[in-house]
Design a protein around this ligand. Structure first.
Ligand code: PMP
Length: 305
C-alpha cells in the first residue's frame, strides 16, 4: 500500500515539517522493538471531524507503556491535544493517527533508562484491506505462525516488537495469495488476525476470542460488543477451536484500520453464503452509522477534532 505522508508531524511537543521528524539510528527502539503505539481514526461526521474513541486509545497507550516501565513525558490530556492539533494542522478530517512513544538515545543496555520520545503522525487512509474488502469480504488463511505464548511477550500491550509476529502472519498470507492471515494461540485455539480481532457468527450469535487467547483486546472489538448488545444481538467471549472457522455462518475481522471486514473464505473453504452475512451487514450499518449520523453516539465516542 502506497504511503501518503503528511506535511506536519508532532514530535516531543513541537509540530515539525515531515522531513525533520526523525529518530537517531542508535535509538533503543530501533534495535529492541521498545516502542508502544496506537492506531486511531478520525472521521468526517455531519458534526465535523471527530476522532473515534481518542480517550480510550490513549488510555491503552499509557497502559502499554506501563508494562514496559516507559513513562511518557506528556500527560494523556497533552497527548490528546497533540492528536487534535496535528489533524487540524494537516487539514485532514478523515485520517489515521499514529501516536508512538519509544525509547530513544541515551543508553544501550536492555534495561537502559533511556529518554522516552513521543510523536504523533497522521495520514489519509481508505479501507485497509483493499477497496472492495468492506463490501465483498476477503479471503484468509490460518497462518503457519502461532501467536506468542502467555507470559512470553504480552499480547495485551500494543508494542512495536509484537508486530514482528503480525508481519510474519500477514506476509505469509499475502505470499500465498490470501487477503489476510489468522493466527492460532500457543494453545492451538483461535487467536486473532495479523492486526485485527475476530468475530464468528453461529445462529445469529457473535462469538469472539478471549483476552487469554493472546489477542490485543481491540477498541473496535469493544465497540462491536456494545453496538451488538444494544441491538439485541448476543455476544459471547469463548475459546474457539480452529475448525469452527470452517463451520461459522459468518466471520468478520475488525480493527481501527480494517473497520469491519467480512471474511468470505478461509483456507479455500467458503464461509456461509460466501458474502457478507446478515449480522456482519447489520454491524457495519451500526458502526459506520456512528460516523454518518445514523447511529446515535450515546457513549461520547466521537471526540471533536
Ligand atoms: N489485534 C491486533 C494485533 C492489532 O494490531 C489491532 C489493531 N490495533 C487489533 C487487534 C484491533 O485493535 P483496535 O480495534 O483497537 O484497532
Amino acid at each position: 500500500m502506497a504511503q501518503q505522508y503528511p506535511e506536519w508531524i508532532w514530535q516531543n511537543g513541537e509540530i515539525k515539517p515531515w522531513k525533520d521528524a526523525t529518530a537517531h539510528v542508535m535509538s533503543h527502539a530501533l534495535h529492541y522493538g521498545s516502542s508502544v503505539f496506537e492506531g486511531i481514526r478520525s472521521y468526517a461526521t455531519p458534526e465535523g471531524a471527530a476522532i473515534f474513541r481518542l480517550t480510550d486509545h490513549l488510555k491503552r497507550l499509557y497502559l502499554s507503556a506501563k508494562i514496559y516501565d516507559m513513562v511518557l513525558p506528556y500527560s494523556q490530556d497533552e497527548m490528546a491535544n497533540a492528536c487534535r492539533e496535528i489533524v487540524r494542522k494537516n487539514g485532514y478530517s478523515a485520517a489515521y493517527l499514529r501516536p508512538v512513544a519509544y525509547r530513544g538515545l541515551g543508553g544501550f543496555g536492555l534495561s537502559a533508562e533511556t529518554p522516552i520520545d513521543v510523536a504523533v503522525a497522521t495520514w489519509p487512509m481508505g479501507p485497509y484491506l483493499g477497496p472492495e474488502a468492506l463490501e465483498v469480504g476477503i479471503t484468509a488463511c490460518v497462518s503457519s505462525w502461532q501467536r506468542f505464548a502467555p507470559n512470553t511477550i504480552p499480547a495485551g500491550a500494543k508494542a512495536g516488537g509484537n508486530y514482528l509476529s503480525g508481519q510474519l502472519i500477514a506476509r505469509e498470507a499475502r505470499r500465498l495469495g490470501f487477503g489476510e492471515g489468522i493466527a492460532l494461540a500457543a494453545s492451538g485455539l483461535l487467536s486473532e488476525g495479523a492486526g485485527e480481532n475476530l468475530f464468528l457468527v453461529f445462529d445469529g450469535v457473535l462469538h469472539t476470542t478471549p483476552a487469554s487467547a493472546s489477542i490485543l483486546a481491540g477498541i473496535t472489538r469493544d465497540t462491536l460488543k456494545v453496538l451488538a448488545r444494544e441491538d439485541g444481538i448476543e455476544v459471547v467471549e469463548r475459546d474457539i477451536p480452529r475448525e469452527y472457522l470452517y463451520l461459522a455462518d459468518e466471520i468478520l475481522m475488525c480493527g481501527t484500520a480494517a473497520e469491519i471486514t467480512p471474511i468470505r473464505e478461509v483456507d479455500g473453504k467458503q464461509i456461509g453464503s460466501g458474502k457478507a452475512g446478515r449480522v456482519t451487514r447489520r454491524l457495519q450499518e451500526l458502526y459506520f452509522g456512528l460516523f454518518n449520523g445514523k447511529t446515535q453516539d450515546k457513549w461520547g465516542w466521537l471526540e471533536p477534532v
